[in-house]
Design a protein around this ligand. Structure first.
Ligand code: MLT
Length: 425
């Protein structure tokens, strides 16, 4: 018996060596994913275009990556913290996995005056990473709904976790796609939506730029309450909201703390896309069916799978929330908002049906009857401009492209000039 099983292993190993593989089966969930993640795929196509057109001065309005230098007060705070690490007084090693107390308190005071509970705020290395950890916490059996279109990380991490079936033309089986189109004012018809355990909702939405109103968010919270679902509210662009009727946090809606988690980030606020700092709010009032506070499991998750955000970077986050840093951060947001206004006006002038841009750094441009990837290719070919194809955000994004307002003013104006030459009437 011993001998035969060992023989078997030896035989298999030889075969594996011949194949140049190991004997580990691939995680079948990864095989379900389509091509690469959206933004690296766009970067690949950009490189191919650049290789074919070496003289082209390509402008990226694709990935929402910040371009402007860090505000001085905020950069200085990080420089000081970094320099301090070289002496005994300033040095620190591991910190609390949940984040520094002073930063959690500043986040609570600045963004959550309704809650004002610092220990419900967990500081992290960014929302994208938190979303993946949130999925790990809920586990493979949880059912998921997303806005369609939406940030691809919600769906792709659901696929990786095994929460979905296979991909078919309408998206992944077992994911509820809540269609958000101009026809429904970018808010789903909740009366037609089935119950899911988790609902991902981003406002202002990436990619459409639509910000949900107080009435809509109240409807959403009531829907989650009625179904006993958990809302994962992504507020990564909330400070871009101008419309006073659109809340910047789900916790502005009474009762939301019993059904919602909120995730947010300094990436698009203070130019921290490369610096990395975000946070997630998990109210203690949010409880699983067995009465366990979700907070307990999130705390377990963060203390086990995360070692705390960089202490140097947390000094930068704290500076963002001090009066001088806050002023700088808001000016940076205003700058990108002006870019969005320029793009929005230009597309309108060219006669496009265009959305977003007022409460978000994204402009959502309609190309009815055309495939998004074809439009992406046409714009790249004619204008040397990278956009993001709407279909990359979900089936309801087909026929649209997203233009990002993150760019230097010079590039935004040059992009507008090129668009007008290629598409102007
Ligand atoms: C985007 O372009 O949608 C974002 O930059 C992606 C991200 O924040 O990860």
């Amino acid at each position: 018996m011993m001998r035969s099983s060992r023989t078997c292993v030896v035989v298999r190993s030889v075969a594996a060596v011949e194949r140049g593989t190991v004997n580990v089966q691939r995680n079948e969930n990864f095989a379900k994913l389509r091509a690469g993640y959206l933004f690296p795929e766009i970067a690949r196509r950009r490189r191919a275009h650049q290789d074919a057109n070496p003289d082209a001065k390509v402008i990226s309005l694709g990935i929402g990556d910040t371009t402007e230098p860090l505000p001085q007060y905020i950069a200085d705070a990080m420089a000081k913290a970094a320099a301090g690490m070289a002496n005994r007084e300033g040095y620190s090693g591991y910190g609390a996995e949940q984040g520094q107390g002073s930063l959690r308190e500043a986040l609570a005071n600045t963004f959550y005056p309704n809650l004002r509970v610092p220990d419900e705020i967990f500081v992290s290395d960014g929302s994208k990473c938190d979303i993946a950890r949130i999925q790990m916490m809920f586990g493979a059996k949880a059912t998921v709904a997303v806005q369609d279109p939406s940030y691809p990380v919600y769906v792709d991490t659901s696929v990786m976790m095994g929460m979905t079936g296979e991909y078919n033309n309408a998206g992944f089986d077992n994911i509820v796609y809540m269609e958000c189109k101009p026809e429904n004012n970018f808010f789903p018809d909740l009366s037609k939506m089935p119950r899911t355990d988790i609902i991902f909702f981003c406002s202002p939405n990436n990619p459409t730029g639509a910000a949900a109103t107080r009435a809509q968010l109240t409807e959403l919270v009531n829907f989650a309450k009625k179904n006993g679902s958990i809302l994962v509210f992504d507020a990564a662009y909330a400070l871009y909201i101008t419309n006073p009727d659109c809340p910047r946090s789900i916790f502005e809606i009474p009762g939301a703390e019993e059904v919602a988690i909120e995730t947010c980030s300094f990436s698009k606020y203070a130019g921290f896309t490369g610096v990395r700092l975000g946070w997630t709010v998990v109210p203690k009032a949010l409880k699983y069916a067995d009465g366990t506070p979700v907070w307990n499991d999130w705390n377990r998750m963060m203390t086990t799978c995360f070692n705390g955000a960089s202490n140097i970077v947390q000094a930068g986050g704290l500076a963002c929330l001090q009066p001088e840093g806050y002023k700088e951060m808001i000016s940076l947001i205003e700058f990108y908002k002006e870019n969005a206004t320029i793009l929005l006006a230009a597309f309108k002038e060219m006669g496009f049906k265009v959305y977003g841009g007022n409460d978000a750094p994204y402009v959502w441009v309609g190309f009815p009857g055309k495939a998004s990837w074809d439009v992406f290719a046409e714009i790249l070919q004619k204008c040397d401009i990278v956009t993001t194809p709407g279909s990359g955000f979900g089936p309801a994004g087909e026929g649209f492209v997203r233009a990002s307002a993150f760019g230097s003013r010079e590039n935004i104006l040059e992009a507008v000039r090129r668009f007008k030459v290629a598409f102007g009437k």
